[in-house]
Structures are given as C-alpha cells and as structure tokens.
Ligand binder design. Structure first.
Ligand code: PHE
Length: 353
C-alpha cells in the first residue's frame, strides 16, 4: 500500500511542477527530473520492483507504467500549450498597428530660381516662344567669335571668362573652350538648326563669369535669352515683347524705358529699365533713388550674327534680349545677398516652398 502512495504522490508532485514550468528550458528540466531514464524520479520508483515480493510486482509495475504514461501525456500537452502561447506572444509583439498615422516623407520643392524660370517660360510660352537649351560649355567661337567678337576684340572684356584648361578638353580640335559667359551663343545654335524657319525662342540657363563674388555678384548665375528672327521684325516688336513680359511677370501696367547701349551682337543695342516694383518709381534704396531697375540688354540682331546663323540679313531681321534671373528675384523677394541662392542653406531655400 505504501508503495502505491509513493507513486501517486510522485504523480501529484510531478503534475504540479509541470504547470509551473513556464518555458522550454524549465520544461526540459522537468522532463529530465521526472521522466529521465537515468536518475529520473520515475526510473527510481521502478527500481523498487526489485525489492518487492514476486506477487506484488505486476500490480506495482502496471501502476508505475500508468503514472509514466500519464506524465508523458501531460508533458506533451504542456509542451503544446507553451508553444502556442509563445507563438501568440510573438505575433502580438510584432504586430503592425495599421491604425497608426504614417510618418510623412520629407518632400523637396523647387528652388526659387527654378520656380521663377518656370514662370518666365510660361509667360513667353503664351507669346509663342519655345524653350531651347544650349550647352553650358562653349567654344570660344560660339561664345565670342560668331557673336561678332573676333579674337582680341575689345568687347570681350565685357565678360570675364572661365576658360577650360586645354588638358581637360576632349574635342582635340584645338579650339578653346569656355564656360559660357552669357546665353547669347545659343542664338547661333538655334539659327543654324532652324534656318530657314522663323524663330521665336527663349534660352534659359546657367552662365559663368570670373567675377569678384559679393552680395551683388556671383560667378555662376542664371540668364534668359530671347531670340526672334523672321521677316519684318522691328525694334517696336522687341520693346512690346519686353513690355508685355514685365507686366505679366511683375504686375500689370509696369512701365518700361529704353536707353541706347552697346553689344557687339546687336545693332542698334538698347538696355531696358522697368519702373521699380518696390517704390513704384518714386525712388528707394533698391533702385538707388532713380525709380528704375535695369532689366535687360537687348537689340536688333546684328547683320553679321544673322549671317553667321545662316540667315541673309537682306531678307531677315530679328531681335534678341538677355536678362539675369537672380537680380530681379532679389528685388521681388527682398533678398539682400546673391550668395544665398546657391549657398545651400536650407533656412533660405525653405522660405520659397
Ligand atoms: N548677352 C548679353 C549679356 O550677357 C545680354 C544681351 C543679350 C544683349 C542679347 C543683347 C542681346 O550681357
């Protein structure tokens, strides 16, 4: 009788301990402790068979086996229960809460100069001008020669130039390369490509000058060139076009004045001023109390330039203009230093979202 009590005690204790096993390691320890073949509690209990009276052995053996089976079954159940509990815990821990609001991706935006360029392009687009893009690196020939400035022409001094060193040149033609000092070389490219079609294009792009960098000048800036070539194009067409542009860009009724000027590639040449958009022409610091802001260099395309572009100046005429983009933007937005445009300071850039 005593022997059976030991067995049922053992079973009770083992089942209790099994419920307390909370993870795989504890479960394993439990298995070794109770069901282990060597030194496990049940194996030890089996050893009693040897000392029991012969007739008691079968009954005891059977009882011990039953306990063993019960414990094994309980172990299997507990193992399953722990596994699925673990799985459930893992799933809840790694779950994505789809109701959380997402993190907003940082979106960039267009640079103030690009925004302005797009406005300019749209306005000229309404007037029938297409956009033509010419290269930033030009030959001496295109930047100067074909624009009526042969080598040693004094007017070349109007544009301090960045030359591309000979070693860097892959053309092999021996022609000097220069970072274009203005967008005007594009005039020749358009004419040579479009002849004998009439032309109305604007050429926006970066230009480069070897200048002392200051609040008012940068060595890289943006220009927009305009070119119209056809039959019977006159100075009044040029002035009217600039006038219309100024009104659309800066406010209706902007007044324009033109002064005689000089450029080797236009004849006659003019410079166009717009009444100051800040003081309305009354005079202020920005317009240096003149009431006027310079907006563009312009003129009628020089016959030599027309001919270099392939257009016979006896049949065709044209006008051209060129203006910078940063300076008028400085006036419009009250930007005090030109270096801010390409200084990559987000505090500046983000003001133009
Ligand atoms: N290319 C001139 C400059 O950069 C501007 C200009 C363009 C003048 C077209 C006349 C005609 O100063």
């Amino acid at each position: 009788m005593l022997d059976y009590e030991v067995l049922s005690k053992l079973q009770e204790e083992a089942l209790g301990a099994l419920q307390a096993a909370a993870d795989a390691a504890e479960l394993d320890a439990w298995r070794i402790r109770y069901l282990g073949r060597k030194g496990g509690a049940l194996s030890e209990a089996m050893k009693r068979l040897a000392v029991l009276a012969r007739e008691e052995r079968p009954a005891y053996g059977q009882a011990a086996n039953e306990v063993k089976e019960r414990l094994e079954a309980a172990f299997g159940e507990r193992e399953e229960a722990l596994k699925s509990a673990n799985l459930r815990a893992e799933l809840t821990a790694g779950a994505v809460d789809v109701t959380l609001p997402g993190r907003r991706p940082e979106l960039g935006h267009l640079h103030v100069v690009t925004q302005t360029l797009r406005q300019i392009i749209a306005i000229f687009g309404e007037m029938g001008f297409q956009v033509y893009e010419a290269p930033d690196v030009e030959t001496d020939e295109y930047n100067f020669g074909l624009l009526n400035m042969p080598p040693y022409h004094p007017a070349r001094d109007m544009w301090d130039s960045f030359w591309v060193s000979q070693e860097d040149q892959s053309t092999g033609s021996g022609e000097r390369l220069v970072m274009r000092t203005h967008t005007s070389p594009g005039q020749i490219r358009v004419m040579r490509e479009r002849y004998p079609e009439p032309i109305r294009v604007i050429l926006p792009g970066k230009t480069y000058r070897y200048e002392q960098v200051s609040a008012r000048s940068e060595s890289q800036f943006t220009q927009v060139e305009g070119l119209a070539v056809g039959r019977g194009i006159r100075m009044t067409d040029l002035i009217g076009t600039l006038q219309a542009f100024a009104s659309k860009m800066y406010a209706a009724g902007r007044r324009l004045r033109v002064r005689g000027s000089y450029f080797p590639f236009t004849e006659p040449s003019i410079e166009a001023d717009m009444d100051c958009m800040l003081c309305g022409g009354k005079g202020c610091v920005v317009c240096k109390y003149t009431g006027w802001l310079e907006v563009a260099g312009a003129g009628m395309v020089h016959p030599v330039v027309l001919r270099n572009g392939g257009y016979d100046p006896k049949i065709y005429s044209g006008f051209a203009f060129g203006f910078g983009v940063e300076r008028p933007s400085m006036v419009k937005y009250g930007i005090k230093d030109m270096r801010l445009f390409y200084g990559n300071d987000l505090r500046f850039v983000e003001q133009f979202k």
